[in-house]
Design a protein around this ligand. Sequence first.
Ligand SMILES: C[S@@+](CC[C@H](N)C(=O)[O-])C[C@H]1O[C@@H](n2cnc3c(N)ncnc32)[C@H](O)[C@@H]1O
Length: 186
Amino acid sequence: MNAVRDKWNRRYEARSHAPPATPAFVTHIAPSLKPGTVLDVAAGDGAASLALARLGFVVTAIDISEVGLSRLEDFAARERLTIQTRCCDLEQPDRLDGLGPFDNILVCRYKPEPALWPALAAMLVHGGLLAFSTFNLQQHELHGFPARFCLQPGELKAIDPSLERLRCQSVSRAGDYFDDYLFRRR
Ligand SMILES: C[S@@+](CC[C@H](N)C(=O)[O-])C[C@H]1O[C@@H](n2cnc3c(N)ncnc32)[C@H](O)[C@@H]1O
């Protein structure tokens, strides 16, 4: 039994049959990605994966929630998109076994534990891109979103020596507060 999996399964079960809206960050960052493969980390029910597959990227989606991934697979089938999925707990050591390498990795609205960054970096091809956006502390201060899920100021300064930071900005979108990053594997 896994409380995180149960929580997210319940959330996805409660959703409507409509596909999720594309996150603004994904629309913003997609033109900067390398053509080819993308690993969508904590993909949920496919908000980013579906958008990227529509653009021609070869997408692999991983998440702890089998209900979320099952929704993603149904939405993809409706549009005749092919997206590989894998149900895994990103806090387990074997989480990424057998995956990759990827041209791009996307992490959207999920804050990985620190140990995951080097593992993700190692899955990128040289010159591959890691695009990351999640809530910052303003989301906690202004909306009461749990602080443990928010990026602290400067938290990603020492993310991994193999990753060069290309862009970083704090943005507000539709009343929510995010930090966006783009890294390139050296
Ligand atoms: C806020 S949702 C974001 C989903 C998607 N990236 C998006 O932007 O719509 C967070 C996702 O993280 C997943 N998640 C939470 N903890 C996880 C873990 N330990 N391993 C894998 N996925 C996890 C949840 O199942 C959920 O789908």
